[in-house]
Design a binder for this molecule. Structure first.
Ligand code: AR6
Length: 167
């Protein structure tokens, strides 16, 4: 099942929300900043532990932490690509970010996952291409895992309208 809503992902009560993080995992602006602010220090502490163990999180990969004070139980931190013209594997890396986040949810026996529009803010990925990649990745994943509930949480109306047309 795929659900679409417009709003703030930090308010969404699902098993895991996905964070559009950077490879440092130490927080930043945009949705990353909002998630760390709303979820509290437990999330950052968990990120620091992961970094100490594995180093940074590569683009397209994902890690999981507690949701801290969020209504969501967990946060899956993934790193989308910075848009750099489109000939630097950006589409594949964005698809990897969605797919690896969903796989990590399944590996942790989670059923409901909410995504922001990864890479379409500070990382400047064109929204229309990104929406197509996100929806295609979600539909592909649901073929193998029909029990999953995937929600797209769009912050801005432009993204909401793009997803609405695709879904
Ligand atoms: N809920 C849902 N979506 C949000 C929220 C929110 N509270 N706040 C922003 N968005 P961005 P990126 C949307 O810039 O492009 C950070 O500094 C926003 O409108 O958060 O992947 C990281 O640390 C946009 O559609 O992430 C990285 O350094 C989408 O979330 C870098 O930004 C993603 O925008 C990652 O850049």
């Amino acid at each position: 099942m795929i659900t679409l809503q417009q709003g703030d992902i930090t308010k969404v009560k699902v098993d895991a929300i996905v964070n559009a993080a950077n490879s440092s995992l130490l927080g930043g602006g945009g949705v990353d900043g909002a998630i760390h602010r709303a979820g509290g220090n437990a999330i950052l502490e968990a990120c620091v532990k992961i970094r100490n163990k594995q180093g940074s999180c590569k683009t397209g990969e994902a890690v999981i932490t507690t949701g801290g004070n969020l209504p969501a139980k967990f946060v899956i931190h993934t790193v989308g690509p910075v848009w750099n013209g489109g000939n630097n594997n950006e589409p594949q890396l964005l698809e990897n970010a969605y797919r690896n986040s969903l796989q990590l949810a399944v590996d942790n026996n989670l059923q409901s996952v909410a995504f922001p529009n990864i890479s379409t803010g500070i990382y400047h990925f064109p929204k229309e291409i990104a929406a197509d990649i996100a929806v295609t990745a979600a539909k592909d994943f649901l073929m193998k895992h029909p029990e999953m509930d995937i929600t797209f949480v769009c912050f801005d109306k432009e993204n909401y309208d793009l997803y609405n047309a695709l879904l």
